[in-house]
Design a binder for this molecule. Structure first.
Ligand code: MV4
Length: 429
């Protein structure tokens, strides 16, 4: 796009590829994220020193922090992302659910808002029928979430959810939903410009997760057909048009027995956005920058075509059996290539993975005309990929791609943890 870039980094990341590739770089602090990547004054200073016009927030750290957006704007800098008020709304799970429900998005049956007492929880659970799930209002990512399968489980589920929510988020508000036993996790990618145009870019199936961390993501979902996709896509785009949403976003659903149930909305670009890029041919980061600059989306919904199939494998610096983190020096690095093969990584031979952050070292994303062609290419790309000197989760994917359920697309949100428990009895999954 011809735009000069400034990379920010902590002292631990001075040798990262993004620092090497940027036009300029600024060190914003020591390794702990609280003193560098979450250090708002240091980041604003980096903009002022270099004359940066805009901040791309990526997908971690401050990317969904409404307070940060307010400060960025107060300094006359463009935040490449949604409005602060929409980030704030979707960060409060109870308010988000109430809002999207009023806009016509289907939600999981449950409490109207927060539950104040155990007796209120027990009355509602009895009326709704068990099993039920208690969730933290400030939650997300599975923390402060407790299942009650019968009335006798309810007191402990309610009090534990509250205590965990208070400890994790400093807010003990909880709400209740009917517990869905075997859903898939299907999320809809949306994109909205500042002129009121909202498009959906189809779905991603992210059901293969371990401890609420996505491991394998694909588009389109093996469980949806064109009609189901168009129907939920239309509901979502109509709702976000009414909301006046801006930028990219993802509306997450549980999908069970042909029905969608909203769980939350992410107001940022996601790690797994490349699978959507490969099936739509759109560069989502380019679109984010254009939208922030006030440009019109260049296409209409009828121009969005989901072509072929894409799968992403998240390669972590972890032992593939114990999932113990494995930071250290990468001695050998070879990224696979060829038609339909994309490796997104900041690693290279000689790079030392610092122990301070997330263990994601790269994403292997493969595209094919059909799901079968995509799987064939993925098998070949996994064989070609070399990351030496550290342990990685590559062997896990070599295994997964041989499993009949994976090959058939027959999995739900519990499949991977069940598989790992069977493979490694007694070990932590
Ligand atoms: C649920 C659910 C079943 N029923 N809600 C987990 C994290 C949070 N974002 C929502 N989560 C769930 N909500 C109802 N009503 C099961 C989960 C869940 C899950 C969801 C998506 C992907 C993986 C998961 C693993 C365990 C539980």
């Amino acid at each position: 796009m011809g735009i000069a870039t400034v990379a920010i980094h902590s002292t631990a990341d001075a040798d990262s590829m993004h620092v090497r590739l940027a036009d300029e770089s600024v060190c914003v602090g020591p390794p702990p994220a609280s003193q560098s990547y979450l250090n708002i004054p240091a980041i604003i200073s980096a903009c002022e020193i270099t004359g940066a016009d805009a901040i791309h927030p990526g997908y971690g750290f401050l990317s969904e922090n409404a307070h940060f957006v307010d400060i960025v704007k107060a300094h006359g800098i463009t935040f490449i992302g949604p409005e602060a008020d929409h980030i704030r709304l979707m960060g409060d799970k109870i308010a988000a659910k109430r809002a999207v429900k009023s806009l016509g998005i289907p939600t999981v049956p449950g409490s109207e808002g927060a539950i104040a007492s155990e007796s209120e929880a027990a009355d509602l659970a009895k009326a709704m029928g068990y099993p039920v799930l208690i969730k933290a209002a400030a939650g997300g990512g599975g923390r402060g979430m407790k299942v009650a399968r019968a009335p006798s489980d309810l007191p402990l589920a309610f009090s534990t959810a509250r205590t965990e929510a208070k400890a994790a988020f400093g807010d003990d508000s909880v709400y209740m939903e009917k517990y869905l036993e075997r859903p898939r996790h299907i999320e809809i990618q949306v994109i909205a410009d500042s002129h009121g145009k909202v498009l959906h870019l189809g779905e991603r199936d992210c059901s293969l997760q371990r401890r609420h961390q996505k491991v394998w993501e694909e588009a389109p979902s093996p469980a949806l057909n064109v009609d189901a996709r168009n129907q939920i896509g239309k509901v979502v785009t109509q709702a976000l048009t009414k909301l006046g949403y801006l930028g990219v976003g993802t509306v997450e659903f549980l999908y069970e027995n042909g029905q969608f149930f909203f769980i939350e909305m992410n107001t940022r670009l996601q790690v797994e956005h490349p699978v959507t890029e490969l099936v739509t041919g759109l560069d989502l980061v380019r679109e984010q920058i254009r939208i922030a600059d006030g440009s019109h989306l260049e296409l209409d919904q009828s121009d969005v075509v989901i072509a072929g199939h894409a799968i992403e494998c998240r390669i972590n610096a972890e032992n593939a059996f114990t999932f113990q983190p494995s930071p250290g020096k990468i001695t050998d690095f070879h990224a696979p290539g060829g038609l339909g093969v994309r490796m997104d990584s900041a690693a290279y031979a000689g790079y030392r993975i610092p122990p301070y952050y997330d263990s994601l070292v790269g994403k292997l994303i493969v595209h094919g005309k059909s799901r079968n062609e995509c799987l064939m290419r993925l098998r070949r790309a996994l064989d070609e990929l070399v990351i030496g000197g550290i342990e990685t989760t590559i062997p896990l994917f070599q295994e997964l791609i041989k499993q009949a359920d994976v090959l058939d697309g027959e999995y739900n949100i519990h499949w991977l943890e069940h598989y790992l428990a069977r493979r490694n009895p007694g070990a932590a999954t």
